[in-house]
Design a protein around this ligand. Structure first.
Ligand SMILES: Nc1ncnc2c1ncn2[C@@H]1O[C@H](COP(=O)(O)OP(=O)(O)OP(=O)(O)O)[C@@H](O)[C@H]1O
Length: 264
């Protein structure tokens, strides 16, 4: 039996607002165990605390109570063993594609030649050969996110944390990016935690979909996705895929309705 890669243990988060005594319970008691090489997607309505949970696992946000363990060790703050990719393109605009990917490697004990080889392997992996010397402004949104994924992977993190990384892309590009990420995961066997509010995306990518309740976020359902790999895009019309879609759409609809009633 393998040991968990990540354990989220009774984590809660309360934000303190600007107004005196204003507090927001963003995340209610949450437990989550992620095994090595899992691809987990977190699905939930807007504002349910998905990003909060991911940022706590990434060490960018401090939980109010509870603990996060990586390979059995409690984590405090960010570190290169957790790679992150966000929805907003977060590349350094003054660096080229290869410089962006190389950036985090500078402190590693590697020769310049080893760094160059590594960077070029990741450029190949995300299919950006020929764009090494381009600056972010010369790239489409999808290409920029591929650089961000390569940059996160180049540090060889223990877990890759992605916060709606394809949310700003058009549908066609988004579909292609999903296929590319799945292909990378199938090859690299990384552990991935991926946030989305798109039901189809959550099923296509995951081996487990975690559904969150509307605020305060809690885990409402944990659904294993029993679909084979390699997983072709045509699986999206497979009856088994459609059955998952129906089940998850229903679960998420209940939560979105609750969230809407609360806003009224
Ligand atoms: N820094 C903060 N200060 C105060 N409240 C916050 C802060 N960050 C988030 N919140 C609140 O906590 C709740 C959860 O936010 P979070 O961004 O985690 O949700 P989400 O599920 O990722 O939403 P979305 O899908 O819209 O990005 C929201 O009500 C949000 O307004």
């Amino acid at each position: 039996m393998k040991n968990p890669k990540v354990q989220v243990d009774r984590v809660t988060k309360i934000y303190t607002g600007n107004k005196k005594n204003a507090q927001v319970l963003a995340l209610d008691t949450t437990n989550l165990t992620i095994m090595p090489n899992e691809f987990i997607t977190i699905l939930g309505p807007s504002g349910c605390g998905k990003s909060t949970l991911l940022r706590i696992v990434g060490g960018l946000e401090e939980q109010t109570t509870g603990h996060v363990y990586l390979d059995g060790e409690e984590t405090f703050g960010p570190s290169s063993n957790r790679g992150m990719v966000f929805q907003a393109y977060s590349l350094f605009p003054w660096l080229t594609v290869e410089e962006n990917i190389e950036f985090g490697l500078k402190t590693n004990e590697m020769t310049a030649a080893q760094r160059k080889e590594l960077v070029h392997n990741y450029i190949d992996l995300v299919q950006l050969k020929g764009f090494e010397k381009h600056y972010p402004r010369q790239l489409s949104g999808g290409m920029q996110q591929r650089v961000a994924i390569a940059r996160a992977l180049a540090n060889d993190p223990e877990i890759l944390l992605l916060d709606e990384p394809f949310g700003a892309l058009d549908n066609q590009t988004r579909t292609l990016m999903q296929e590319l990420l799945l292909e990378i995961w199938e090859k690299s066997n990384k552990t991935i935690l991926f946030i989305t509010h798109d039901v189809e995306e959550s099923i296509f990518l995951a081996n487990r979909v975690i559904v969150m309740t509307s605020r305060p976020g809690r885990i409402k359902a944990d659904i294993p996705i029993d679909l084979e790999h390699p997983r072709p895009y045509s699986i999206k019309i497979d009856p088994r895929f459609l059955a998952y879609k129906e089940q998850l759409t229903e679960l998420i609809r209940e939560e979105s309705l609750k969230a809407m009633m609360e806003v009224k």
